[in-house]
Design a protein around this ligand. Structure first.
Ligand code: ADP
Ligand code: ZN
Length: 528
């Protein structure tokens, strides 16, 4: 039955990967938690069971989705396939919503898409009660299930209310789906949605056609231009920036260089955003320069690159954003530029947020994991998949595999830096920022050095042989491994942590990418 629905309704030959198992399990009335990468084919996992259960006289499937645009697209596509589908969200007038509700009550709908906040209203609950009483509630599908978790990268409080589904309708099977969930988020989804009994279907998260490349920021926009001009002429792609201002500037610059670039961020008029999005989907070779406001639910198969001009918050966000490249399976690239300033900015955003300390601590850990990925000298994919709990072997399709970076032993520089921080703190009783500390280590007699008498610190000038670029690399690495902390509440001063000791005592080696050690003669190949 399931495969005939697949063929007749959707026109596909066969199920892909785990789809067949998931569909069979859900049709049989089991609960499921599905983790599948973007483009993996999650929609069919509940659409086929919805049709099968409707045909078996079990009634309607309610799909919870956070995105109005996505509901529109899916309902449109289902209509074309001859499936009765409708949505209920804030884009409908009261009369339109009533019309949908009437169709629903008459059992004329197979799949109903609804926004989470709509689902938990008394009015909607009464509707569901009615359906349930008549045995016409076939299935709940909860899309983008990571939105229920505050540890996920897209927490939506409305999702919390979805726990009522299980409490009120315990007999109705549920399928929750997400493309991004590390172990913590996954556990949270299970708990919040009470999916302890659900079977988990975890697909490989690997996107083998995406080539990962992470570069150190020097002149980011120039680096981006060189990347685009050399490797992606005429290609469609997305450039993510941290701020609206940077989106505007970058889009303009790309346009000046003859690219078909459009800005996109939440500060732009809704009509303008819609137009840009339509152009991106319809026309060839449009480059969307955007904040993370852009992208969720956009299904464009031939996005050839996703570039991050600024470092995202965490690996989950990074992986979801880069996952928008190459849905068609053809070679695509994920390119990111990162620098110390990114780390400092992200830290500050965490530190200054009004969230609870426990939450901030988790966010810092996630940021550190991303930074460690950026600083890695071994296979990026192994690290990425490892972060999601999936073991793998070097991929041959990332920058580090293709051109193993030269590695520079920064252990000595790291110890000297840490002991400078220690001594300066001892002497002055306050912390200092990276620039000043590097000046001391390199023996630069600046006004500030004189003002604080820091030329008397015993490490003054003992790191004269290190370039500023080298020391910045060391600092980033130390922050990445937690051997140094940035105190955003005190002017980004650096302070030692519990992790500093192992480095100071020489128990922990600090290996750095060659790119930061221009001029350093003490290089060696990775892995030798
Ligand atoms: P996700 O929601 O996991 O990102 P979608 O459900 O949007 O993925 O599916 C991604 C693309 O793959 C869609 O264009 C879909 O039509 C296609 N697809 C899904 N399953 C199959 C299949 N079994 N055979 C062929 N194409 C499929
Ligand atoms: Zn690799």
């Amino acid at each position: 039955m399931a495969s005939s629905i697949l063929q007749q309704v959707f026109g596909y030959e066969r199920f892909r990967g785990p789809q067949a198992d998931i569909v069979a399990h859900v049709i049989a009335g089991g609960d499921a938690l599905v983790l599948m990468p973007t483009g993996g084919g999650k929609s069919l996992c509940y659409q086929v069971p919805a049709i099968a259960r409707q045909r078996a006289g079990q009634g309607i499937t309610v799909v919870v989705s956070p995105l109005i645009a996505l509901m529109h697209d899916q309902v449109g596509a289902l209509h074309e396939a001859g499936v009765e589908a409708a949505f209920l969200n804030s884009s409908l007038t009261f009369e339109e919503a009533q019309a949908v509700e009437r169709r629903l009550a008459r059992g004329e709908i197979t799949l109903l898409y609804a926004a989470p906040e709509r689902l938990t209203t008394p009015r909607f609950q009464a509707l569901l009660d009615g359906l349930q009483a008549r045995g016409q509630l076939a299935l709940f599908a909860i899309d983008e299930a990571h939105c229920v978790s505050q540890w996920g990268h897209d927490f939506r409080p409305e999702y919390r209310g979805l726990s009522v589904l299980h409490e009120r309708f315990p007999g109705v099977p549920r399928i929750a789906l997400t493309a991004t969930a590390d172990a913590l988020t996954r556990a949270d989804i299970v708990e919040r949605l009470q999916l302890q009994q659900a079977r988990q279907f975890v697909s490989s998260f690997d996107r083998p056609n995406i080539r990962y490349r992470i570069v150190e920021k020097k002149e980011p926009t120039q680096q981006l231009l060189r990347f685009l001009e050399a490797e992606h002429e005429g290609d469609a792609g997305i450039v993510y920036c941290q701020s609206r201002k940077r989106v505007e500037e970058t889009a303009q610059l790309l346009c000046e260089r003859g690219l078909d670039a459009l800005p996109y961020h939440a500060g732009l008029d809704a009509a303008v955003r819609q137009r840009s999005q339509d152009r991106f989907l319809r026309d060839d070779g449009v480059v969307m320069v955007a904040t993370i406001a852009f992208g969720m639910g956009i299904d464009k198969p031939d996005v050839r690159f996703v570039a991050h001009l600024d470092m995202p918050k965490n690996i989950e966000g990074y992986y979801q954003e880069t996952g928008r490249a190459g849905r068609d399976g053809l070679p695509s690239q994920a390119w990111m530029a990162y620098g110390l300033q990114d780390v400092v900015n992200q830290r500050r955003m965490i530190d200054e947020s009004p969230a609870a300390d426990e939450y901030k601590q988790v966010m810092r850990g996630k940021l550190d994991a991303l930074l460690a990925l950026a600083e890695a000298t071994d296979c990026r994919r192994v690290r990425l998949l490892g972060y999601f709990g999936e073991p793998s072997t070097p991929c041959g399709n990332c920058d580090n595999c293709l051109a193993p970076p030269q590695v520079w032993d920064g252990t000595d520089a790291a110890r000297k830096l840490l002991s400078t921080i220690y001594r300066v703190q001892q002497k002055s009783g306050i912390g200092f920022g990276a620039g000043h500390l590097m000046d001391i280590l390199r023996g630069k007699a600046t006004d500030k050095v004189a003002q604080f008498g820091h030329q008397e610190v015993s490490t003054f000038g003992i790191g004269a042989e290190f370039s500023e670029a080298q020391l910045r690399g060391v600092l980033r690495q130390l922050i990445a491994v937690g051997a140094l902390a940035v105190d955003a509440e005190a002017y980004n001063t650096l302070r030692l942590t519990d992790g500093s000791r192992a480095v100071l005592k020489g128990e922990r080696q600090v290996l750095l990418r060659e790119s930061v050690s221009q001029g350093g003669g003490r290089t060696r190949r990775a892995g030798t």
